[in-house]
Design a protein around this ligand. Structure first.
Ligand code: ZN
Length: 260
């Protein structure tokens, strides 16, 4: 009996092991196509529920930055600016990016918003949504998860929405782990630098965010960051490498000029 079970368990574990872009071992068992479907569904729902920004200058600004960033990550991405004063942005499996007008108003320049978009795209590239769902659900829950996204008040729906990183949109607190945050920071830092944005501005951005979010833990960013100093230190540690990417990008004419 046992020798029949063990090979099954082993093959499952092998199938479930993946490696993130930074080389970290991940436990992932959900089909990416399913998770992308969830991202798409959640994004479609949000677009009907949340007002979109009518500020074309903001939309152009965000599209200009997202285009440069996603040119480095690859794939076709949809970008939407939501009319929402909270300091938030998100990216979903299935290549969807949402940015709130509150965040656009906060940033001083294109580099700072590039740091946020790079970070969010980093979560998607590293399949954090899938990893979170794989950690928190049973193998047989996959199909239920997909259909639950449209019903964010159900228990499974809350889990799915939270795992996708959309908790703040629905008042569900399920922050990304410190590991996921660090990883998204590092991927984002490289992406922005390769796209020709100044990676040093990421530090300014996170400092600005920390200052502006004091007492308001509802954004994806601040609810997840017990240690702001750790984040700044990690970014600083990776800065020399990011600066090389930045200089390379500039030398080949990647000098985005996205205006707010
Ligand atoms: Zn994050």
């Amino acid at each position: 009996m046992l020798n029949k079970i063990i090979p099954v368990v082993l093959s499952f574990l092998l199938a479930a092991c993946a490696t993130s872009p930074t080389g970290r071992t991940q436990f992932i068992y959900l089909d990416d196509a399913q998770v992308n479907k969830m991202g798409l569904q959640a994004f479609t729902d949000l677009k009907t529920k949340k007002p979109l920004s009518k500020n074309t200058q903001y939309t152009k600004f965000v599209e200009c930055i997202a285009e440069a960033i996603t040119h480095e990550s690859g794939g076709a991405w949809e970008v939407v600016v939501f009319d929402d004063k909270t300091l938030n942005a998100f990216a979903l499996p299935g290549n969807k990016i949402g940015v709130h007008t509150g965040l656009i108003e906060l940033v001083d320049n294109q580099h700072q918003l590039a740091a946020v978009i790079g970070h969010e795209v980093g979560h998607v590239l590293a399949r954090h949504g899938n990893e979170r769902m794989s950690q928190k659900t049973a193998v047989n829950q996959g199909v239920a998860l997909v259909s639950s996204v449209s019903n964010p008040t159900s228990a499974v729906g809350q889990l799915a929405i939270g795992a996708l990183g959309l908790g703040a949109q629905y008042g569900i607190i399920l922050p990304f782990s410190r590991t996921h945050e660090s990883e998204a920071d590092i991927i984002g830092l490289e992406l922005m630098a390769k796209a020709g944005f100044d990676p040093r501005q990421s530090v300014n951005l996170w400092q600005k965010m920390a200052g502006a979010s004091k007492g308001n833990e509802s954004s994806e960013f601040m609810s997840t960051h017990p240690s702001h100093d750790t984040r700044i230190k990690e970014l600083s540690d990776h800065m020399p490498k990011a600066m090389k990417f930045y200089q390379q990008a500039q030398s080949i004419g990647k000098t985005p000029r996205c205006q707010k």
